[in-house]
Ligand binder design. Sequence first.
Ligand code: CUA
Length: 378
Amino acid sequence: MVENRAAGASLDRGFWTVTAVLALLSVAGIVYWSTAPLDTIMPVVAAQPGEQVDELLRFMAASGTALFIFVAGYLLYFSIAFRAKASDGPDAIGVQIHDNHVLEFWWTLIPTLFVVLLSYLSIRIWYQIQIAQPANGLVVESIGHQWYFTFRYPQVNGEVTGEMHLPVNQPVVLNVTSSDVIHSFWVPAFRLKADMVPGLINTIRFTPTKVGRYPIVCTEFCGTDHGLMSGEIPTVDGKPNNGAEFLVVDTPANFQKWYHGWQTKNANVSNALPTTSGTVALTGGDAAAGKALFAQKCSACHALGPFSQRIVGPGLKGVLHDPTHPNLVDGQPATPADVASILQKGFTGSLGTMPNATANGLSDKDIANLVAYLNSLK
Ligand code: CUA
């Protein structure tokens, strides 16, 4: 015989005592996570929005701890309080609570509200990292290789190797990709991580807030020497680890010194095409025809926004007029002839491949029209 009582009727003194004990334990857990010194498990935060990431971690750890205490505590209590008694028949089953609408209402509402709150807190940070466009952001690129990182800066030819430098308190837009396999760019002190995927540009935004030297770590297994792509391991068998990379946050003055140093050092470096003088006659290019062609042939990979707005290749608005636009992939400042040359010959560089005119099905006239169109975007 099955006895079907309302769930409330079976909640005796024992249940409420256990609930009180679990509540006390949960409060202790919440207090612990609200005040725990996180820098015993993570380096001190050195960039925004790192502090908000830590707050989210505290919130998730506190609520997760309380949830775990209640679930595990009730599981233990119920399995003891409602265990089968020696006097029960072989076909005895427990109290049935099916169709208890009050219970169903609350166990739907509470988790839903919790997930909505968690989403809100996460999306707030996600927006800053992924979507917000900081004013005067410094656009920098990092490229993963087996097994080291390289960096590209506006107005610096070629690639910067070794340490990556950034000025303190300036917003940074960092575009990352890979030249070979999947790597991942992680700076623990910044609480930020982005996968470096060949053929794809991932972007993160942050503002370094503390001058210092912070390890960059690859967190995607990328081959035999994956472990060496870590500033955490500055030496191997007593010798300097040449793959080890650090991110150095400088004062603005020191950053300028370092930056101009690389401008000078790389002044003669060029990823140049065999010849950069265009062989396409550009006179008579028709911007309107170029616009239609751009929508058809180019817009899958290039946005018409600022340089930092990447799809596969960079945004092309103002490419021929914006003095802050970095040099072209071939290391040259953008001129109509040079843009035409890239359109004609294509380019394979550290960031990926731009197909040539044959692959794109572009005639010389098409190239002239496209250049006229790009030239009209200011
Ligand atoms: Cu690069 Cu792991």
